[in-house]
Design a protein around this ligand. Sequence first.
Ligand code: AMP
Length: 442
Amino acid sequence: MTFEQLGLAPALLRALGDCGYTTPTPIQAQAIPLVLAGNDVLGGAQTGTGKTAAFGLPLLQKLAALPKPEGLHRPRVLVLTPTRELAVQVGDNLRSYARYLRLNVTTLFGGVGMQPQLDAFRRGVDVLVACPGRLIDHLDRGSCKLGDVQMLVLDEADRMLDMGFLPSIKRIMKHVPQQRQTLLFSATFEARIKALALEFMRDPRQVQVAAQNSVVETISHRAIAVDGAKKRDLLIELLAQRYTEQVLVFGKTKHGCNRLAEQLEKAGLPALAIHGNKSQNARQKALNEFKSGRTRILVATDVAARGLDIPELPLVINHDLPMVPEDYIHRIGRTGRNGASGEALSLVSPDEASLLRQIERVLGREFSLETVAGYEPSRTLRGNAGASAGPRPRGGAPTSRNRRPHGKPQHSQANAHAHTGSKQSRDGQRGAGRQGERRGAR
Ligand code: AMP
């Protein structure tokens, strides 16, 4: 399948050539013809699958084919995104796809001055990529009118709901004409996403690049049981062992991320933190440093890292498990992109046992809990089964499923983990497949 065969116009094909895209990704192959044909589309795709081009290319093509409005251009395509970073990224991508189309793409988010945004509206906007909060500010002051919108995208809709944007979305919808094409993208198709689709879409066609809630299969998932108080030292050791790779580390709180970055720095591992308390400029700067490879370690909260486009990231480490299990999928969506292999490594304390179970339910797979010598947890993570160091019960199966023996010297133990990661992930994937089928059958 080629982009030509999907029916894209020469100006877009040329821009795609400039971007170095040769073959459509599965979500693009499925969604582009449906969007070009004017359907509402409910897309199940996580970040890293090429979903931005899947909705962006056909929308730009349709927009370019419409008669140019006379006078001031008001937004005819509106893309709503949950975070500023994602808005910037989607805006940048759409701008590069629209390079030969003479369409204006404007990005709108909070935390920056209003004036440049007011100026942009005065100059005219064809495609508006916006975060709900700032868009509502503009709607309230009358500086933005959405009466000409013909195509609407809700990008990462699940995340927008997580962030409490449902009332904002509903308000924005009142400003958008009913007669329009609506696309909704979400990593998961939970009931609340289906409800949103029912309310705002007309007879949507559903496309999905992987089974419900499934994660990129090239990723190996590992979990190490460790006491919360020892996580930092273990992280430092793991990062020091893998000093050549770029790593995105997820922390729970803004303060925790800052502190962790400082502690890594002190341990000789330069790191930057990115979270919602930082100014937009500081976040963008840290992200650019990381993207360019000048910074090897980025410590991030979920909100700040949402949808960040970091190519070919080999490793994501969850220093803390996410509070919302679906965020695990979003976090690890930063690795294993476009078929590259990646690794997701979670440090799990006994206090996080129930979070781990929730993540396992969402993933449809059970982690093989590893331990690292010297960092064994003081309490067990799974029921009565011991996750801490100790001999297996003689003459029987290990009490904890997949429990690994301990007592090797620390270094070889750690190497053994790295080595066996792929096996574990294969085991995990088999489990995921079975679960996925069961879910699909319901
Ligand atoms: P997205 O899921 O939209 O965030 O895209 C993930 C990454 O894949 C981005 O860096 C895109 O530029 C890139 N990408 C999207 N589509 C293609 C394609 N067909 N070929 C190569 N790279 C792509």
